[in-house]
Design a protein around this ligand. Structure first.
Ligand code: PLP
Length: 372
């Protein structure tokens, strides 16, 4: 039997599994990690109010969620001073990235992003037959001017930038992003991924302008709100662009439980403030541990720290392997020169004690093996 015929686009894609999760690694290793510091999850967990709302919603889970996410959109709109018609709720930023690509990228259409930047967009672009144009980082930051130049040169349909950035944790100030937006071509969609915005200084956040149809601001409950497993995020944009998503989105894709949790999380500002403090303290501690081991932390405006291991990608990969062998789950950038770093998510005190013990051992092993 021949089986179903894949589309030409899908048949042409490499047969890879893009994200190997920590669960997969644990099954392969035959034992769990002791510290889970690799996926930029928020170990400080959701607000108790959100947990309670989700528990309540779990009992009502026989009902579909509200396909319009009415109450949540209204609350998000109030928080940002926009109209509910400017808000799209989706299955995390990752889900919204896929829809945005589907909205504006046809086979062969160019999409501009950063080489070594957040990779999920790239898989969506490949899946829809788009053509990726990847612009190198400059001084460990995404390069807004070069991204705009590439967008103009290639006639891009879509431009992507994360501010603050993942995997480096670096950021640009609002003025730089606003200048970038001013220089964008007229017919482009600019995805400004602000997954880490709550951790960033206020001067990194441009004013929200829902009159500009080119700009979509992407936010999530996965990071600061600690709800990565609930899969819920949102986009802020111009009314017509938000409405266009209604033609293609998965209308019941955001679960009733996630909607209830997100609404309660938004309402618990005091808890969020405490988490932000815990994350800041953890970030300082990761930086201290790095320096104590002769390594250089990259200044971060996120809930993780990229640590420059002082060698090449191979050296950093060995350090990462040493941490993995010591049951610490971390990740690292995929592309040179960023891959001289390992990326460590903020953890509780106990997580970082394990890190502080494992890192010097891993480094000693790698230095002995490489003579470095
Ligand atoms: C973690 C992360 C996301 C994922 O967000 P979800 O809402 O969980 O899909 C998106 N963008 C960046 C830059 C991230 O680091």
């Amino acid at each position: 039997m021949k089986g179903p015929r894949l589309t030409g686009i899908v048949a042409g894609l490499p047969a890879i599994v893009p994200f190997v999760g920590p669960e997969t690694q644990e099954r392969q290793r035959g034992r769990p990690f002791r510290a889970r510091l690799g996926a930029n999850e928020n170990v400080f967990a959701p607000s108790p109010a959100a947990v309670e709302a989700m528990a309540r919603a779990a009992r009502e889970a026989w009902m579909y969620g509200d396909p319009e996410c009415h109450d949540l959109r209204a609350a998000i709109a109030v928080q940002h001073g926009v109209a509910p018609e400017n808000v799209l709720v989706g299955e995390g930023i990752d889900g919204i990235l896929g829809l945005a690509v589907r909205l504006v990228v046809g086979p062969g259409d160019p999409v501009v992003t950063s080489l070594g930047g957040y990779p999920t967009l790239n898989y969506h672009v490949a899946g829809h037959g788009g053509r990726l144009v990847q612009v190198p980082y400059r001084d460990d930051r995404e390069d807004p001017e070069a991204l705009v130049a590439a967008a103009r040169e290639h006639g891009a349909r879509l431009v992507y930038l994360a501010n603050p950035d993942n995997p480096m944790g670096t950021w640009h100030d609002a003025g730089t992003i606003e200048r970038m937006i001013a220089d964008l071509p007229e017919d482009v969609l600019f995805l400004l991924d602000e997954a880490y915005v709550e951790f960033a200084p206020r001067r990194a956040v441009p004013a929200i302008d829902t009159l500009d149809p080119r700009v979509l601001r992407l936010r999530t409950f996965s990071k600061a709100h600690g709800m990565a497993g609930a899969r819920i995020g949102y986009a802020l944009g111009a009314t017509d662009v938000i409405a266009a998503f209604d033609r293609i989105r998965n209308h019941f894709g955001v679960s009733r439980i996630a909607q209830a949790g997100a609404l309660a999380a938004l309402g618990d500002r005091a808890y969020l403030d405490r988490v932000l403090q815990d994350v800041a303290a953890s970030r300082d501690e990761i930086a201290r541990i790095a320096r104590q081991n002769g390594l250089t932390p990259v200044p971060s405006a996120t809930n993780f720290v990229a640590i420059d291991c002082g060698g090449d990608g191979d050296f950093a990969r060995r350090v990462l392997a040493g941490l993995t062998a010591r049951d610490i789950f971390v990740r690292m950038p995929s592309v040179a020169p960023l891959d001289r770093c390992i990326r460590i998510s903020c953890g509780r005190a106990g997580d970082l004690e394990l890190l502080a013990r494992a890192l010097p051992e891993a480094l000693a092993e790698v230095r002995a093996a490489t003579g470095g």
